[in-house]
Design a protein around this ligand. Structure first.
Ligand code: NDP
Length: 449
């Protein structure tokens, strides 16, 4: 189903498969990038000579560790912790931590690999990394979350630091978890080192707009794609999957720009509200009370909840997958296009399967891949690091303007690179090539390291 690989790249991909057995998501992420790189090797023979692609596919360091913790009844549990420090050519490793039962090495590596190119696209001095655990935060008390985070950091602390590796949040890791981890890091190291983690609380080194950044940034990216087609969000019907951090601020910014979100979801089901989603209600349910999205219908009686429903069957003009990997398959993509969808902005990482991506590209709708569209989160983390280094804090409007400008810059870079390589309008090619070249040039400069 997926595209043909260049003859120089096929053996590299085969080697990745052989060296990393069973890591499907990692294979998928590598293949997606390699599919774009054929023409780059023609223009830049030095990359093949220096074996840049082979090197980029091998993480610089992979750490796996035991995380023992006790629940409220005193029972002992053992989870597995990961940190994959993938590439530090452009700066300290940077990327979030994911706590979800599906986590294993293949997921962390796919996320870390994507992160290299995403971080490069932001233009900020950050390398790529990712981490997490197969711990399931669902249904755990605050005390249990705290004990888990402390145990996790008791090993992780020796691998991270403001100039080494700077983790942040991802699925299952938000402000609460970052707080517990920062507290434990500070205690173990006896250092108040703001720059070691991002996504911190506002009164202890955090940045305004970081919480909103991934969602807002994804909407800004789609807004730029629409502008390039002389269109806008005004009056557009939108879908946003998930109901977590990224989904909530995606919905908020779409509404600010004049669009209307009519559905969101969680891993159990889909909420459909034809009058437009009530964001205050969603925030209260999800951020304050930590409840399920199902409860939305208790307060908005006309809304409909569909257990195990498929959100992509709801007709829309703009779809913003903001939950998890591979949530849009080929069939879903066809349904979206058939129902009149003209733009996709990926808030989540790799939410579309290769079959789905092909459907969007063939239909020539505006398709913004995650490594470009959701880069606003990590870019604002880098702004948080800048503020920490200056011992300063910027106001909301200024920080949001910086984010907006960064997203505009990423769009322009992807747009222009796609044209340069003969694929106008193809943001996959644009993002992969532009992200890759900056890292590759730095690696060439450093020699064989
Ligand atoms: P949250 O934990 O805040 O929210 C995740 C949401 O997605 C929840 O509604 C969750 O539902 C749903 N979800 C998670 N896993 C699955 C699954 N396997 N099947 C169906 N639904 C699922 O995470 P974020 O909002 O931070 O992250 C969402 C996506 O955005 C991820 O792909 C992440 O990698 C990506 N991203 C996040 C960034 C950030 O700054 N946070 C930055 C860039 C990308 P439920 O509660 O039922 O599990």
């Amino acid at each position: 189903m997926s595209m043909h690989l260049d003859e120089k790249l096929e053996p590299i991909y085969q080697e990745v498969l052989a060296r990393n057995p069973g890591e499907m998501e990692f294979h998928q992420a590598v293949r997606e990038v390699l599919e774009s790189l054929g023409p780059v090797l023609v223009k830049h023979p030095e990359y093949a000579h220096h074996k840049i692609i082979e090197r980029i596919c091998e993480p610089e360091r992979q750490i796996i560790f035991r995380v023992p913790w006790q629940d409220d009844k005193g029972q002992v549990h053992i989870n597995r912790g990961f940190r994959v420090e993938f590439n530090s050519a452009l700066g300290p490793y940077k990327g979030g931590l994911r706590f979800h039962p599906s986590v294993y090495l293949g997921i962390i590596k796919f996320l870390g690999f994507e992160q290299i190119f995403k971080n490069s696209l932001t233009g900020m001095p950050i390398g790529g990394g990712k981490g997490g655990s197969d711990f399931d935060p669902k249904g755990k008390s605050d005390d249990e979350i705290m004990r888990f985070c402390q145990s996790f950091m008791t090993e992780l602390y020796r691998h991270i630091g403001e100039h080494t590796d700077v983790p942040a949040g991802d699925i299952g890791v938000g402000g609460r978890e970052i707080g517990y981890m920062f507290g434990q890091y500070k205690r173990i190291t006896n250092r108040w080192e703001a720059g070691v983690l991002t996504g911190k609380g506002l009164n202890w080194g955090g940045s305004l707009v970081r919480t909103e950044a991934t969602g807002y940034g994804s909407v800004f990216f789609v807004d730029e794609m629409l502008k390039a087609r002389k269109d806008s969000f005004e009056g557009k019907t939108c879908l946003v999957s998930g109901s977590g951090n990224v989904a909530i601020y995606t919905i908020e910014k779409i509404h600010e720009l004049g669009g209307k979100c009519i559905a969101c979801s969680d891993s159990n089901g889909v909420i459909y509200d034809e009058k437009g989603l009530d964001l205050n209600l969603i925030q209260r349910l999800k951020e304050v009370e930590r409840r399920r999205i199902k409860d939305y219908t208790q307060y908005r009686k006309h809304a409909v909840y569909k257990e195990a429903g498929n959100i992509w069957e709801v007709p829309c003009q703009v779809a913003m997958p903001s939950a998890t990997q591979n949530e849009i398959n080929g069939k879903d993509a066809k349904t979206l296009v058939k129902n009149g969808c003209i733009a996709i902005g990926e808030g989540a990482n790799m939410p579309t399967t290769p079959e789905g991506v092909k459907v969007f590209l063939d239909a020539q709708i505006a398709y913004g891949p995650g490594k470009a569209a959701n880069a606003g989160g990590v870019a604002t983390s880098a702004l948080e690091m800048q503020q920490n280094a200056q011992r300063d804090s910027w106001d909301f409007d200024y920080t949001e303007q910086r984010l907006r400008k960064i997203m505009k810059g990423i769009h322009e870079l992807c747009y222009d690179t796609a044209i340069e390589y003969g694929c106008p309008g193809n943001y996959v090619v644009g993002a992969n090539i532009a992200g890759f070249i900056k890292v590759a040039d730095a690696m060439v400069a450093f020699g064989v390291v």
